[in-house]
Design a protein. Structure first.
Length: 197
């Protein structure tokens, strides 16, 4: 009986001295393993959360640098007419004669120009004749200025918002067309566009 008690005491003391390790080396505390495990787990959790926030924020933003895809609309071709019937009324379009543009009925009957504003402004006087069956407005006038030797110098454009009634004439006196070079000697004006009223 004394023998068993002694062995029990030796085994218990041996285990206590070696830290529960049968190799005889002291055992590391559980707190060191748990402490470093918690630090690494927290770091992985924070990194994952940050990545999720970045990805979800990117997905919710509209793409600024990506090209937009546009839909293409293709018009359907009309069906060909049956061979036994040469005219298909479903695909036939009414052919109407093309209407002349409002500017085609306008003519410059006379024109002249002079300098104003210490020689830098071009003041043009001209008479418009409207041969259309309707009044016109927003008349765009294009004037080209040339030197004494005939070389081109500059161009100016002006829109006249006045109305010229049908089958009538209207004179515009000293209309400021724009600033021109001091070397401009002659001007030639023409009509570019007009609007139907």
């Amino acid at each position: 009986m004394t023998m068993n008690t002694g062995l029990f005491r030796i085994e218990s003391e041996g285990l206590a001295n070696t830290g529960g390790n049968s190799s005889g080396r002291p055992r590391k505390s559980v707190g060191k393993y748990l402490g470093s495990g918690f630090v690494w787990g927290a770091a992985v959790l924070i990194a994952g959360l940050g990545a999720w926030i970045l990805i979800s924020g990117y997905a919710s933003k509209p793409a600024e640098s990506e090209p937009a895809h546009l839909a293409t609309v293709v018009a359907a071709e009309p069906e060909p007419a049956p061979k036994d019937f040469p005219f298909n009324p479903m695909t036939a379009e009414a052919i109407t004669p093309e209407q002349p543009a409002p500017v085609d009925g306008l003519k410059i009957a006379s024109q002249s120009w002079r300098r104003g504003g210490l020689g830098s402004k071009a003041l043009v006087t001209f008479t418009l004749r409207n041969g259309n069956d309707y009044a016109v407005k927003d008349i765009e006038l294009f004037c080209s200025f040339i030197r004494r030797d005939g070389s081109h110098l500059t161009d100016r454009t002006r829109t006249i918002h006045d109305v010229v009634n049908m089958k009538s004439r209207k004179t515009f006196a000293r209309m400021h067309i724009g600033f021109v070079n001091i070397n401009a000697d002659r001007a030639k004006c023409s009509l570019v566009a007009a609007s139907h009223i």
